[in-house]
Ligand binder design. Structure first.
Ligand code: ZN
Length: 312
């Protein structure tokens, strides 16, 4: 039995045909348009393209936004046009296939639990470090959504009092210190104070001051740039700090780090782990969560959505 998983993000819509082992057999993609009808047109076109080549029994959509409890309506998605939109029913009406919706981080968590790094965890947490921070809590493989479908919004835990402003309206949120965007901001701040020490980042900042991204900082750190390495050390410290907070709330046995930033884990993970283990409440007298990186990469959202569709 094969299903289609579709990751609906702010810039692109990526679809894949997925089998019961979580293997992606075929893919198709389009860019995310501005209007909601146009977005549904793109989704249906990708479904038509893939079902021409494979037998399909259901569709799962991984959405970067809040999904209602019944998983049929998108309540709000900051980078997508849907507002209280009955997306599942609309796509079913146009394709004749059952449709299930899931928050993208939850979908990725499901994929990691069924087929990847969270397998076997009773209390497992996926933390996706990308443009912001997305998180999913899996309890014996079931997604924990909270009472209103919003949990766990860990990226907006306040880790730094009076810290950097966040788009959510607060200041000092975890994702302002541990996302790819945050890594770039940290590096730019450090560059002001250590300009003489940096070769790669300083050169890049001179060429194009807006061109410093998290990815570029990670690449510069791999090439030995001291300021980029300092920026990753800062990220490691705040990651450890946030993980200790999260451990006080959920006491997970396993934390899996995903998202683009996790690809640079060799540059910061040991240090984050050490910091976390040192400051965790009851440190030295309790077991602490293991922390490892995700296995399913950026296809996790669509694989998880496809798996949920297969069991809907
Ligand atoms: Zn925030």
């Amino acid at each position: 039995m094969t299903t289609i998983g579709i990751d609906v993000g702010g810039t692109s819509v990526r679809a894949g045909v997925v089998d019961h082992r979580g293997t992606v057999l075929d893919t198709a993609r389009g860019s995310t348009p501005v209007g909601e009808t146009e977005l549904e047109d793109v989704i249906c076109a990708l479904v038509d393209e893939l079902r021409d080549r494979h037998p399909i029994t259901a569709i799962g959509l991984a959405v970067a936004g809040f999904v209602a409890d019944d998983r049929r309506t998108v309540r709000f998605a900051p980078h997508l046009p849907w507002r209280d939109a009955p997306v599942a029913d609309r796509i079913t009406a146009r394709t004749g296939l059952p449709v299930v919706l899931e928050h993208d981080a939850n979908a990725a968590g499901v994929a990691e639990h069924r087929f990847g790094a969270l397998r076997g965890a009773h209390v497992g947490l996926l933390i996706a470090l990308g443009t912001g921070i997305g998180a999913a809590l899996l309890l014996d493989g079931e997604v924990f959504r909270g009472a209103y479908g919003v949990a766990p919004e860990l990226g907006h835990l306040r880790v730094v009092p009076n810290g950097r402003r966040c788009s959510c309206g607060k200041a000092g949120c975890w994702e302002r210190y541990c996302s790819g965007t945050a890594l770039a901001a940290t590096a730019i701040g450090l560059l002001g104070r250590h300009r003489g020490q940096s070769t790669i980042l300083a050169r890049e900042a001179k060429r194009d001051p807006g061109g410093i991204t998290g990815r570029l900082v990670a690449a510069a750190a791999r090439d030995g740039d001291p300021v980029a390495r300092l920026a990753l050390q800062e990220l490691a410290k705040w990651l450890g700090e946030g993980l200790a907070l999260v451990a006080d709330i959920y006491d997970p046995e396993l934390v899996v780090l995903g998202g683009g930033v996790s690809e640079s884990a060799p540059l910061f993970l040991d240090s984050a782990r050490e910091h976390y283990q040192r400051i965790a409440t009851g440190a030295g007298h309790r077991p602490v969560a293991r922390i490892r990186t995700a296995h399913r990469g950026d296809s996790a959202g669509l694989v998880g959505a496809a798996a949920l569709a297969a069991h809907s």
